[in-house]
Design a protein around this ligand. Structure first.
Ligand code: SAM
Length: 254
């Protein structure tokens, strides 16, 4: 016969496990919504329900976007140890964190070539060990691109990343034009600075200009794919154009 103490202990343990499971599965509701605007309330609720937010927190990534790049790199191999990477629109820095890890820019992978990561954003953001940060700079400004070129000191780039997005005005046509202009700015920079066989990853918002942009990119790269990583929210028109195999600097015709 089982002892009453053992039965009681089992009950307590079972109840504890049940409570933990319930806590884990219950839909979490933020408790600090009072006084917040409707859009802030929706944002907080969505953040709490988002598994990538929790995962980013656990793995010390600065934001959930890290998983978009991790997924694309796992599947399409755009980064490798030793690569030189430019990360455009890098704040708060989660793509930079991933790029540093995957290129070994922090030297943590022994007996592997050491890469270099240069990250730029309009906003100022905290240093990422292993990366060179250009905060408070507009990538489209000549001065910013000059600073990037100087930092490269003659090295060619193996991968240009752009997660840049303009501030949406809500006027669809204007927003489309702004992101398309950003994409062409990144493409022009990539064409001028990339090593043969380099890769390019650019964020776009799906719009009527994208097919032309794809055709233009394909003039200079061997392969192109339009990708929607799982971590990219389903209700967003965000996609990424992933180009591989830069064919080499275009020759200028007179
Ligand atoms: C979605 S966030 C990038 C998130 C980042 N990839 C990460 O993982 O932490 C987009 C960023 O693009 C930046 N941005 C937009 N236009 C820019 C420009 N012209 N020059 C530099 N950064 C720009 C914004 O300031 C914003 O921080």
């Amino acid at each position: 016969m089982r002892q009453p103490v053992a039965i009681l202990t089992n009950c307590i343990i079972r109840r504890f496990v049940q409570t933990q499971n319930n806590l884990h599965h219950a839909k979490q509701q933020p408790n600090n919504l009072k006084g917040k605007s409707k859009s802030s309330q929706e944002w907080l609720t969505r953040q709490l329900a988002d598994p990538y937010v929790e995962k980013a927190h656990m793995l010390n990534y600065r934001c959930r976007s890290a998983f978009k790049l991790l997924e694309m790199d796992d599947k399409y191999k755009v980064l490798k140890p030793g690569d030189v990477v430019i990360d455009c629109g890098a704040a708060p820095g989660s793509w930079t964190q991933v790029a540093v890890e995957r290129t070994n820019a922090n030297g943590k992978i022994e007996r592997s070539p050491r890469g270099a990561v240069f990250s730029i954003d309009l906003l100022h953001f905290h240093a990422v060990p292993g990366a060179t940060i250009f905060g408070g700079m507009d990538f489209t400004a000549q001065l910013a691109q000059k600073r990037l070129r100087e930092s490269l000191a003659g090295r060619q780039v193996n991968c240009v990343l752009s997660d840049m997005a303009p501030n949406a005005t809500g006027v669809r046509m204007l927003d489309q034009e702004s992101i398309t202009n950003l994409c062409y700015e990144v493409l022009r920079f990539a064409l001028a600075m990339s090593a043969p066989q380099a890769n390019l990853v650019i964020k776009i918002w799906d719009n009527g200009d994208v097919p032309k942009l794809e055709r233009d990119i394909l003039c200079y790269y061997e392969k192109l794919k339009r990708v929607k990583p799982r971590a990219s929210r389903g209700d967003s028109s965000e996609h990424f154009l992933l180009a591989k195999g830069f064919k080499g600097a275009p020759t200028l015709t007179t």
